[in-house]
Each structure stands twice: as C-alpha cells, then as structure tokens.
Design a protein. Structure first.
Length: 216
C-alpha cells in the first residue's frame, strides 16, 4: 500500500506516496511436529545409506539430485507440491502443474559454508530443514538486483528498504520456497553438529508446450 514520504511536507507538495514495486517474496512454512519428525527420520536413514565416512571440519557433502524419486521422501514431496501450488495461487498464475526438477541433500559439518548462488532454469526453488542447531540455523537471501550494489551509501539503520541481505532463521521442519533467481547463501556452521537440509527446484510441467510463447 502506498505511504507518504517521511518529512516530505512543503508548500509546493500537495501529496506524496511511496509505492513498493517488483517485490521479491520468500514463503516460509513450518510443518507440524509429529509429521516432520516422521519424515526427518526417513530422510536421515536414506542419507546414511548414501554417505561415505564422516565429514571433517569445514567439509560439506551433497547427494545426487534425484531424492524426490525416493519412496522415503513421498510425504515430503507431496507437501512441497502442495506448497508450490499455494504459491502459484498467491501469485495469481493461471497454471498450477509443476514438477520437482531436482532434490538433493546438503550436509555441512562444523566450519563449512555454502557460498551465494541461485538456481537457473527453474521457476521456484526451496529448502527443507532436517537438522539445525544454534550457529547453523539461518539462510541468507541477497538483493537480486545486480545494479543495486553499484552505489552503497552508508545508512542510519538497516531496514527492508535499504538492506542488501536478509537473514532468515529456520528450524527442524521449516520449509522455504522462493524465486529460483534469488541468490542465497549459508554462513559458516559454528555449531558442533552437522546441519542437514534438502534443496529442491520446481518448474512448470509443460513449459515448452504451454508457456514459452513470447509475451508480446
């Protein structure tokens, strides 16, 4: 909703508005405890069979990108698809057939970090958190506007209007969905336990046949 510009009062100004445009949204859901604990146990068991030995300090591990095809993740995959359809309805998109194009596990040992990146050629991306601990329970989202970093003047305080990074706190059972173009990163895991999460991408099922025509 438009708001007045602070302190923009003058004899030559009759009205002032601040109009937010082109928002970048992140959807955060918390799964019911009994449900996610049952799902998490299956995920941990599946990861245990895929991994090799223990990770050393500063090391990370990623699984193959086809975990959404595993029977152990059937309930979680259904939840992700339902959440994605809700996001599309929120965005008023007139097409709700989406598919998970990839899903993989991420394990970060103490001292490990995940640098800023995005997920090209998808519409939505997301993360589901299996094991988090204090010191390993946040994700950073970075300003996707490349030119916004050309000039970074000092600010009196950080707000949602002037920051170039937003830190989102997560916990076991948290499910995030966000635009695939949105850069994100994970700070160094300073906890003494492994941080375990799943990442995934979603794309329209029939994109080439239905939604690839030029929009003009």
């Amino acid at each position: 909703m438009a708001e007045p510009i602070p302190e923009a009062s003058s004899a030559w100004i009759t009205a002032s508005d601040v109009m937010p445009m082109f928002p970048t949204l992140v959807w955060k859901l918390q799964l019911e405890r009994e449900f996610h604990e049952a799902v998490d146990a299956k995920i941990l068991a599946a990861i245990a069979t895929m991994r090799g030995g223990e990770l050393g300090p500063g090391q990370g591990w990623q699984s193959e990108h086809t975990l959404h095809e595993c029977e152990e993740l059937r309930e979680l995959v259904a939840s992700i698809r339902q959440a994605a359809r809700s996001v599309l309805r929120f965005l008023r998109i007139g097409y709700d057939a989406v598919e998970i194009t990839g899903c993989w596990a991420n394990v970060l040992a103490t001292g490990a970090v995940h640098k800023a990146h995005s997920h090209p050629n998808n519409f939505l991306s997301g993360a589901y958190y299996v094991r988090t601990h204090s010191g390993g329970d946040t994700i950073n989202f970075h300003d996707p506007r490349a030119q916004a970093s050309v000039i970074r003047p000092p600010v009196l305080e950080l707000t949602s209007e002037n920051t170039d990074q937003v830190v989102v706190k997560v916990q076991n059972g948290t499910l995030l969905l966000f635009p695939a173009y949105l850069p994100h990163s994970v700070d160094v895991n300073t906890s003494e336990a492994e941080r375990i999460s799943l990442s995934f991408n979603l794309m329209f099922s029939s994109f080439t046949e239905t939604l690839s025509k030029p929009l003009w």
